[in-house]
Design a protein around this ligand. Structure first.
Ligand SMILES: Cc1cc2nc3c(=O)[nH]c(=O)nc-3n(C[C@H](O)[C@H](O)[C@H](O)COP(=O)(O)OP(=O)(O)OC[C@H]3O[C@@H](n4cnc5c(N)ncnc54)[C@H](O)[C@@H]3O)c2cc1C
Length: 328
């Protein structure tokens, strides 16, 4: 809308910013999908400098060192072995081995009460065969149980949502604490929250990080935020254990208020944030008595993870380009 003197209203500016943000996000994800760009970025020395901000290291050893430091600061951790959409059974098997090795170390290092693992089903063969992914994920869940901890299944793009929720339901029959991730940008998610707001269910609610079609997902940031609040209310009202994965200061404040309104004490829900994003806020919330879990990715297959972090916040692309021009 244009005011009588011809200037734009605050609402116009907000909606223009929202559209620019959406276009930029889709553009960054589309460009990042190009094989030549992938090869260039993945091999450029500067990328390693940028990656260090978001990824704890390539080895299990480095991941555990970063985990131990976070735990010492009063934070909980979910460890993600990077990699997704494996193209063959060998790739899926190698992901399973990485998690089995990791879980043994989590147990041996006495970290199990503060550390769980996040798994992408596409990294254990979901795009090849759902039954194969279920078998592999079951092995990881069994190892997590042995170690004294749990698994959360990450949410990927919408083509995998239905299958991921099916596998999650199946895993919960043997390991009821297996967590699911629901993405507030999907239109279907409020219904999924209602279905999973049940005793014993652990649900991570996030905005969603993929480029999704408008017929399936909210696009404008304010619509996604509103959906997040509706979903948060549903999860907080139920008897499950919600995990609110957001750095958005307004949503963090709303979740805190709504949790108090629903009579939820600290410890009956948690906040989650990404490694390298708003670390001071992570510590502030933990110091106030809330449970805060840091999502800590490690491994050499960081490209797709990094591009989603760049797309979420186009300012990170500037960070990347500054590093290029500084010759790092
Ligand atoms: C623990 C955790 C697990 C997640 N798991 C999944 C998953 O399984 N599936 C999925 O689709 N998505 C997942 N996400 C990503 C999520 O969907 C969002 O894309 C991401 O969290 C950005 O949304 P936001 O809620 O933080 O809000 P935004 O509005 O994007 O960000 C709010 C503020 O946080 C800071 N910030 C946010 N992102 C970044 C960044 N990349 N770099 C620097 N600063 C940043 C900025 O200060 C920004 O202004 C996860 C996020 C978290 C925190």
């Amino acid at each position: 809308m244009v005011c009588c003197d011809g200037c734009y209203t605050a609402r116009d500016l907000a909606s223009t910013r929202a559209s620019v943000h959406l276009v930029l996000r889709s553009l960054i994800l589309a460009v990042a999908g190009n094989p030549t760009v992938r090869r260039l970025v993945a091999t450029a020395p500067v990328s390693r400098y940028v990656v260090r901000r978001f990824v704890a290291g390539e080895s299990t050893e480095q991941a555990l060192a970063a985990t131990t430091a976070l735990v010492a600061d009063g934070l909980a951790v979910t460890l993600d072995h990077l990699g997704e959409s494996v193209g063959d059974e060998a790739g899926a098997e190698s992901t399973v081995h990485a998690y089995l090795e990791l879980l043994e170390r989590v147990k041996a290092d006495g970290l199990a009460n503060r550390v769980e693992v996040s798994v992408k089903l596409s990294a254990v063969g979901q795009r090849l065969d759902e039954a194969l992914a279920l078998r592999h994920a079951s092995r990881i869940c069994a190892a997590a149980e042995q170690a004294g901890t749990t698994v959360t299944l990450d949410a990927e793009d919408h083509t995998l949502t239905e299958s991921t929720l099916r596998v999650h339901a199946e895993l919960r029959r043997s390991w009821p604490a297996t967590g699911a991730v629901l993405q507030a940008y999907l239109h279907r998610t409020l219904d999924d929250c209602r279905a999973l707001a049940v005793e014993g269910a652990r649900v991570r609610l996030c905005k969603g990080a993929y480029a999704e079609p408008p017929e399936l997902a909210f696009g404008a940031p304010h619509e996604v935020a509103r959906s997040f609040v509706r979903c948060a209310n549903t999860l907080l009202a139920g008897p499950g254990y919600p995990m609110f994965a957001t750095h958005d200061p307004r949503l963090v404040a709303i979740v805190g208020k709504r949790a108090r309104w629903y009579g939820r004490p600290p410890g009956s829900f948690e906040y989650q944030m990404l490694y390298g994003v708003r670390p001071a806020e992570q510590r502030r919330l933990a110091a106030g008595g809330d449970t805060v879990r840091v999502y800590l990715p490690y491994g050499s297959d960081w490209y797709s993870y990094l591009t989603r972090r760049l797309a979420e916040r186009p300012g990170n692309v500037a960070f990347f380009l500054r590093a290029v021009t500084a010759g790092r």
